[in-house]
Design a protein around this ligand. Structure first.
Ligand code: PMT
Length: 222
């Protein structure tokens, strides 16, 4: 891969988890550390891209050279991504966005009560799905975090969300998925054989993904 293969390309990378408020002291979230998304953002900058890193709350320093946009909830992430979508050529959606949020978050701490408590949840907006609907010339890359039927779910996300590539990881595999320094992914594209990568550092995975992205941009596959 050439050193500056993504020179001048504008890109959104999303990373990390989202937090969905229950009350001022509690929230729903997931295990995403942001490492995979931050590695992609960092490598993309090294390749000459202009990167908006839109990130949920994580304990990582934003890589040098990114435009950093911190967010908290799925709704915040939706707003920040949509705002910039028309202005970019590439979107890579690594974030683990909550699919559900509490329907009626409380402004005051919910006090303990006797008996079981039930939390009513509602769907959040599916950002990738919305981008797939609005897509004009952008290259749209999503992730799929699965625990079973990885290939079937990844292929169905590729079609349903109108993405150009889905990066699937089985988050139950040793060394893959949430929080680790490494990942094991398969890249699914339309009309092409899947590309399965071995266990690699997240930095190496990021390079392979971006090399594929650069190839797709060059061949105008969108
Ligand atoms: O952050 P790390 O600890 O390094 O872990 C990396 C990772 C496991 C988070 C990453 O490799 C990964 O798999 N990211 C996607 C996690 C996820 O939410 O997958 P999903 O299969 O639930 O979602 C599919 C796609 O839709 C994703 O691109 C997701 O960003 C997007 N989505 C999901 C829900 C939603 N409401 N809006 C979305 O845009």
């Amino acid at each position: 891969m050439e050193k500056k293969d993504l020179k001048g390309k504008k890109m959104i990378v999303t990373a990390g988890p989202t937090r969905e408020k229950i009350d001022p002291v509690r929230y729903i979230t997931n295990h995403s550390s942001g490492k995979m998304g931050y590695a992609i953002a960092e490598e993309a900058v090294n390749l000459g891209a202009e990167v908006y890193l839109i990130s949920g709350p994580v304990n990582l320093k934003p890589p040098r050279g990114v435009y950093f946009v911190p967010v908290e909830s799925a709704e915040n992430m939706y707003d920040e991504v949509i705002k910039r979508f028309d202005d970019v050529e590439i979107v890579i959606k690594t974030a683990a966005v909550a699919d559900y949020r509490p329907k009626s978050p409380s402004d005051q701490k919910v006090k303990k009560q006797t008996g079981d408590q039930f939390l009513e949840l509602e769907r959040t907006q599916d950002i990738l799905l919305e981008l797939g609907k609005r897509k004009e010339n952008q290259l749209l890359v999503g992730f799929a975090a699965e625990t079973n039927n990885v290939e079937d779910y990844a292929k169905s996300k590729l079609i349903k969300k109108n993405a150009d590539m889905i990066i699937a990881n089985n988050v139950l595999s040793e060394g893959a998925g949430f929080g680790t320094e490494t990942n094991i992914v398969t890249m699914f594209k339309r009309d092409a054989d899947p590309i399965a990568l071995p266990l690699l550092s997240k930095k190496e995975v990021a390079r392979k993904i971006l090399s594929e992205v650069a190839k797709m941009i060059k061949e105008d596959i969108k």
